[in-house]
Design a protein around this ligand. Sequence first.
Ligand code: SAH
Length: 271
Amino acid sequence: MTRAPRFPVGLDRLKSAPRSGPGKAGADTLRPQGPLQHAAQDAARRSPPSGLGMDSAAVRQRMVQRLWSDGIRHEALLQAFGDVERHRFVDTALATQAYEDTSLPIGLSQTISKPSVVARMLALLLQGEKARASGRLGRVLEIGTGCGYQAALLARLGRPVVSVERLRGLHEKACENLAALRGGELQLLHGDGRLGHGPRAPYDSIVSAAGGDDVPVAWLEQLAVGGRLVAPLHDPARGGQVLLVVDRQPGGLVRSWHDPVHFVPLKSGAE
Ligand code: SAH
């Protein structure tokens, strides 16, 4: 008998847990607690609501539920989305929109991608051969740090994580946002990500948050055997961008094309 997939343990209890107002108060207190619920409670303790008008951990859990409804099933990935406080990566004026499924401006004409797209890219990465075997992303290269939100998610799923940003202003913003995480296992670099980062290659997972007309050769050279690259790429046949997946198999590179997307352009050089 096949069973319909259920919302992960802990998350479904959060879904039905009484918050304020009418509800079955008391019913949940007797149930065993799952790791995701602990994570949400920890997050709630760490972060008093700041301008959100609601408990931010609860709002985040609703975003996690939407991702689950969209078909995201990787437990560590859902947990990362439940842990990372997206509202801290955007301007305070935008904090109330931080958990909606929308892209938001982060300054210098760049945007933070909407959660469903970030989740889709990371879920594709987690389906690479090495990542599937370990449940983790392994050694990660991110191109386009932006405000650092996706880098914070990546740091929960793989290590080391190297993230490159070409705009100094955003690199500095990400350094501030990620001050607590930075160190040997999360390295933020200012430079042209089209060159990848040779010193820490090869990478098991490479992800670009900016889309070009081609895949830079350096990324393919720095991809480990069994590793996977996910990047938006302009597809002339569609007249728009699609998500490209490249797997490095022992016999060579295998490409596949996925969802249509709208990412900021991948540019050359650093400013
Ligand atoms: N992952 C980011 C999204 C940032 S938007 C986040 O979570 O906020 C994409 C970023 O890619 C922009 O900041 C843009 O400046 C950067 N970018 C574009 N071309 C680049 C390149 N060649 N090297 C490094 N970063 C680049």
